[in-house]
Design a protein around this ligand. Sequence first.
Ligand code: XMP
Length: 319
Amino acid sequence: TWKLGDFAAETIERIRQEVGSDRVICGLSGGVDSSVVAALLAKAIGPQLSCILVDNGLLRQAEEEAVVAEFTQHFKTDLRVVKGEDRFLAALAGVTDPQEKRRRIGHTFIDCFVDEAKKIKGAKFLAQGTLYPDVIESGAAVDGPADTIKLHHNVGGLPAELGFELIEPLRDLFKDEVRRLGLQLGLPEEIVWRHPFPGPGLAVRCLGEVTKEKLDTLRAADAIVVGEIKAAGLYRSTSQAFAVLLPVQSVGVMGDSRTYDNALAVRCVNTDDFMTADWSHLPYEVLARISTRVINEVKGVNRVVYDISSKPPATIEWE
Ligand code: XMP
């Protein structure tokens, strides 16, 4: 029978053979797939590995810090954090169309990544966290409607421009296998069990034009949503839980004055494959705590609504 223990050992050996004495670049996103790839490479060819994390200013609270700590203190890799927030915000200024937001984020990501990769001398390989379902999907999506519904921007398109050879050690694995492998390699549960997070990040959860101020509001609210889901012991049994900042203002009352502030949507779904999803039937008490805390603690939000739409016809993200 197929054992993950053998998979790790065999893959590490295969990477050593393939890479020889050359240098490998690995893009870290903060998610489980790229973290597992980086951990595998760190074990296989540690000193020849350089990781690049593009801080696009669109990440969740404390997300970057956790990954940086893991790959500098635990795995002790050469990790380069590209501080790209200003570039991303400039690219997004004034843009409201969801597809155009995604496109600009994708291009800015590639620019930031390429600039940094060029500084790494003698790199021959680029490692990616492609999984088995990605392999099937990208084959099927070429002329299907799937990829036109929402433009997905991950690291595609990079190798051609930079002339790297690709290393994709997770190509044969499903998500649950990647998670088990991550635990086996010593990654913390916080990273291994993290809910999926879209490449364009909080930009697609900040409806309409993206500004630093809106992102900060959303980040604070999102941390409360996720924190309360975790505190209730529901993080592992839900597939994704997050906040969406709506471009809607409504009237409220705070103390004895009137407010006219933003509404925030809470989205929480259960799904096996992310192609279809049901909204999570969260306990009322959890919803109540989220609502009370967000309205009391997050400046600029005076109303919280819960999204009870399933996919299809709604998508998981709002943009
Ligand atoms: P939707 O909103 O299409 O999302 O139901 C399905 C899953 O894909 C994630 N998602 C993205 N992931 N880049 C990504 O890497 C993207 O542009 C993107 N858009 C959506 C979403 O979070 C959900 O898990």
